[in-house]
Ligand binder design. Structure first.
Ligand code: FE
Length: 159
């Protein structure tokens, strides 16, 4: 059972509500810090247990650090003890997209922001996490920006 057969989780085209963010490489370099650029635009990985959010339990919405699209929420975040923030599902279908990644001699599924195509991390599944989906979205902290519920817009802070 591959994530690619799970149609509910794979949106081949962005939803109508998804705004497409297109910038040149030069613009990304100017707007992002070197660490952000390396991970978001060059598919780098932050070292485990070093990121801002791996052990965060604050309620809120996690936006894409590059474009601000809302990607994950604290409701789907769980303690995977892997050193990176982990979620069992994205905020909604279509907010992220999936790419086969065969780099480093491993077969993995890369997760990118649908809106701006920035690298977020990878998704693993079937590892017995005991979560509703048995999927683990292993996401770099540096790819995310947490907007605490207390600071969020009324729509995002409903409960
Ligand atoms: Fe983005």
């Amino acid at each position: 059972m591959s994530i690619f057969s799970n149609k509910a989780k794979v949106a081949p085209v962005p939803s109508a509500a998804q705004v497409r963010v297109e910038k040149t490489d030069r613009q990304w370099r100017e707007e992002l810090s070197p660490d952000e650029y390396r991970v978001l635009r060059q598919a780098g990985t932050e070292r485990p247990y070093t990121g801002e959010y791996w052990d965060t339990h604050i309620e809120g919405v996690y936006q894409c650090r590059a474009c601000g699209a809302e990607l994950f929420t604290s409701r789907e975040k769980f303690d995977s003890h892997c050193g990176w923030p982990s979620f069992w599902a994205p905020l909604a279908d279509g907010t992220v997209r999936y790419i086969h990644d065969r780099a480093l001699g491993m077969e993995r599924i890369e997760v990118r922001c649908t809106a701006c195509d920035s690298h977020l991390g990878h998704v693993f599944e079937g590892e017995g996490y005991g979560t509703p989906t048995d999927q683990r979205f292993c996401i770099n902290s540096v790819s995310l920006k947490l907007v605490p519920a207390a600071e969020a817009t009324p729509a995002a802070a409903e409960d």
